[in-house]
Design a protein around this ligand. Sequence first.
Ligand SMILES: [Zn+2]
Length: 369
Amino acid sequence: MGLRRGAGSWPMGYTYLEMKPSVIRRYLKSSQSGGTVLIVSIVALCLAAAVAGGVAIWASAGQEKSPPPDVKVDRYEPAERLPRAMTPEPSAPATSAPAPQPASFDTSLAMSHVAYLSQSIGDREQGTAGESAAALYVQGQLSSYGYAVAAQSVPIPVTGRTTQNITAVLPGTQRPGRTVVLGAHIDTKGGPGANDNATGVGVLLELARVLKINMRQVPTVEFAFFGGEEIASGGSPDQHHWGSQHFLDSLPPEERQQLAGMISVDMVGAGDRFYVNSMGLSRQTLRDMILTLGSARGMTCRQDPGWSDHEPFERAGIPSAWLEYTGGNPYHEPTDVFASVDQSHVATAGSLLQEFFESYLTGERTDQL
Ligand SMILES: [Zn+2]
């Protein structure tokens, strides 16, 4: 029941109509052409003149928002991978336009993603319909923020199933040729995975929204929502990280050269201790920068080796870090539910990363990675 990209389409049965109403509305609204809006407006004006003026205009404005009846997601077929060079360069704002309101990490939006993934979808074991539904949700959210989204099919040899990576690129404003991958895994093991790792996905989605509005990031940020991070069912302890390994392996040489660092956000909603982990296999520059920033914010940051999606990057010599909370929290258990997530932890992780990308990671520090 995995997502079979080889067939060139999404599995039938998943439609935007199964997603959050707000997503559906945004998708349907964006799919309407400006011409349709214009025609509806003209009809409304004629009606108003002929009948009763303002009342008719109000009525037609309401009709304009009615969705067409049969929009299906299988019309939406993202590319396997969009070359970073294809993503549009950030454009300078027009001098006469008012400065846009800066956006801040909104914990309630991040938590709404956690709720949808852990409660509306639930179990998202790699290669199953649950994981595919979550990947589809992530795509819909990123599209609604204005990203071009890529979906990459990933085989899982141990189970014969297929998982997928969902990626989107935000070009850097000063160092567009240097890329920091910001990753979170979509799949779960043994439960609904509210903390592990709906929290990481929720934080990443909210950062994708906020960073794109503000456009303050110096290097390019590639958001990577990995499939198959957990140990495959029936696999040995080192048979995991399928999505992140495949992402790295399939990078064109010139894009791999551009990798400045990788951050995995994995379990940031429960537990009483905050960690910035690395395995010590590559330079510690990125980990040390996050530890320094965390300390400056008054956080007590610990560090420990450990496995998450940063592992393949570290083994490839790329400065990497894994952000997590741990200590007394359930994971890989049916008890890893939404109620166990402390939203203040999600807020802390999200705002730390926003500050890291929008002010701490200057051009000079990017060059040091
Ligand atoms: Zn995890």
